[in-house]
Structures are given as C-alpha cells and as structure tokens.
Design a protein around this ligand. Structure first.
Ligand code: PBG
Length: 307
C-alpha cells in the first residue's frame, strides 16, 4: 500500500533483431536473445501483444554484402527493416513499432553516419540521410522513429520532413543523452557491426564524465520537436534520468542496453544473484528514477513475471 512506484508490462519496450532467412539465429553474446526472420518477428509481435507489451524496437542485421561506405541500403524501400515493419503491421496492427534511425547496421565501417577520408563522422551530411531514412520508416508504418546517431539538428530536420509528408502522428523518441559506452558490445555483435567498426564513437556519443552536457542535449532535442527522450545506457546513468525528468517533465525512457542484459545473465549464471529478482529490481529502479518506460531485452520475461 505504501509503494511509491509501479512497474507494469505497459512500461516495457522490447528490442528485437531482424535477419534474412527464416531460421532462429541465437546471439552468443546475448544468451536467450535471437535474431529472427520475418515469420519469427511477427510471432514475437503476437507474443508481445499477448503479454501486454505495447511496443517493439527493431534493429536489422543487414547482410554483409549490402553494407557500403555510405550505408545506402538504409534508403532502400525494400530493405529488411521496412519489410519487418510492414509484416508486423499487417499481422499485429495494434502493436507499436519503434524504429532505429542511424546508419551503423548499413555501413561498411560500422559508424552511425557518413565519414570523411579521416574516418570522422560528418554531422550535416549524415543528418540529411537520416531524414530520408526516417521518412522511409514512417512510410512503411513505423509509429515512432528513434534517431540513435547523436548528430546535432537531426530531430528538427526529421520533424519538418515528417510534417511536410503527412506523417503528423509519427512520434520521435530522441536518443538524446547517449554515452560512448563499453556496454554496447553484444549489440554490435547482434547487428554484425562489431568486427567492422573502425575506431570508436567518441566524436558523436557523449563522454561518461558529463551530466550538464546531457541536459543541453535533451533541451535541444525537445526544442526541435522530440516527443520523448532517451538516456542510454541505463543503470550507470540513473542520475542523468533523474535530472532530465526533474528539469524537463517530459516522457523519459531508458535503454537497458545489451551489456547490461549480459551482465545480469552472467551474474545469474554463476549464482551471484537471482535472475528474476535482478530483472524486476533494475526495471523498478528506472521507474523510480523517473522513466515512463524502459527498452529491455528482458521485456518478455519481466512481462510474464508482472502479468
Ligand atoms: C547504434 C545503436 C547502438 C545501440 C542501439 N543503437 C550501438 C552503438 O551506438 O554502437 C546499442 C544498444 C545495446 O547495446 O543494446 N545506432
């Protein structure tokens, strides 16, 4: 009766990896998580709906031969991502679909944008491509486009293009405070970019030393038209979540990222903690800190436990 915070399946967003082919493709770095073909992805969408999870977040594992310097496969209307969005929306129209806007699953160098000869990611050139990528996803049926690239000015540019093209109800969830983190390793395996990535992402993702910069990033994204903002990774950045929520009173989401998932699984595997307790405790911590919801690979397990 005295609990100040509640956690329900409605607070969960389930990130899913899409791949070509129909075989379930387990991801070694993320025990219990697989890449799915279109049939499998639709089955996961039904599962999510039945568990009361309101939204899926989709990430494509683009075939190696389609990855190029400029990531042009991101703009192919028939790419894996667009086919997955359509398949889900056809079969399970009442599930929300959130799509990642960034070039890393499509580039041969694994960066989120277009790079110059020195490998430096170019802000404005990248932003222009992201606008087209977001439009394509909206066209395919995405409910929420989520730019995860950390370029400056892309939220405003995407909002303008969505309005101009009739997608007035498509939301933007801005990865507003995304840190250059060591916790993304298993994700890069999952989308096949780990071996390809040249250098690091520190020229566009944030320094873990900074909190005030996170508030400036969030302020910009809200001013440009973001409907919600994200802090990422999750657990090491609960202070940022609390400060963003206190300062702006907008819907804030956390991404409990792949390395955090792997850490809980590793702890559970050696008996250092009980899996179910760790999952629900960490998710409750995000809610307590001010999150409207959490992107977590544990979403189906948590929803079952909460259901
Ligand atoms: C890149 C992107 C990343 C994640 C989501 N989108 C990785 C990165 O920035 O290198 C990480 C998610 C996770 O680790 O679960 N656009």
């Amino acid at each position: 009766m005295h609990a100040e915070t509640v956690l329900t399946p409605a607070n969960l967003i389930w990130p899913l990896f899409v791949t070509e082919g129909e075989e379930e493709d387990p991801i070694a770095a993320l025990p219990g998580v697989s890449r799915w073909g279109l049939k499998g992805i639709v089955a996961r969408a039904r599962e999510a709906r039945d568990l009361g999870i309101p939204c899926l977040a989709l990430f494509p594992n683009t075939p190696r031969e389609l990855r190029t310097e400029d990531g042009r496969e991101a703009l192919n209307p028939d790419n894996l991502m667009c086919r997955a969005i359509k398949a889900i929306k056809d079969a399970v129209p009442d599930i929300g679909v959130l799509t990642d806007v960034a070039l890393d699953p499509y580039t041969a160098h694994g960066h989120d944008g277009i790079v110059d000869a020195q490998g430096y990611v170019l802000n404005d050139e990248t932003s222009a491509v992201l606008v087209d990528q977001a439009l394509l996803q909206a066209e395919a049926g995405s409910d929420i486009v989520a730019p995860s690239d950390m370029m400056d000015g892309r939220v405003g540019a995407i909002r303008g293009a969505l309005e101009a093209n009739g997608h007035v109800n498509v939301q933007i969830m801005a990865y507003a405070a995304k840190y250059a983190s060591g916790f993304y390793g298993p994700f890069r395996d999952a989308v096949g970019s780990r071996g390809l990535l040249k250098g690091d992402k520190k020229t566009y993702q944030m320094d873990p030393a900074n909190a005030e910069e996170a508030l400036r990033e969030v302020a910009l994204d809200i001013a440009e038209g973001a409907d919600s903002v994200m802090v990422k990774p999750g657990l090491p950045y609960l202070d940022i979540i609390l400060r963003v929520k206190s300062e702006f009173q907008v819907p804030v989401f956390a991404y409990q990222v792949s390395g955090e998932y792997a850490m809980i699984e590793a702890a559970a595997a050696v008996g250092a903690g009980d899996r179910e307790t760790l999952v629900l405790e960490t998710l409750m911590a995000f809610r307590r800190a001010g999150c409207s919801g959490v992107l977590t690979y544990h979403a189906p397990l948590a929803a079952k436990l909460l259901g």
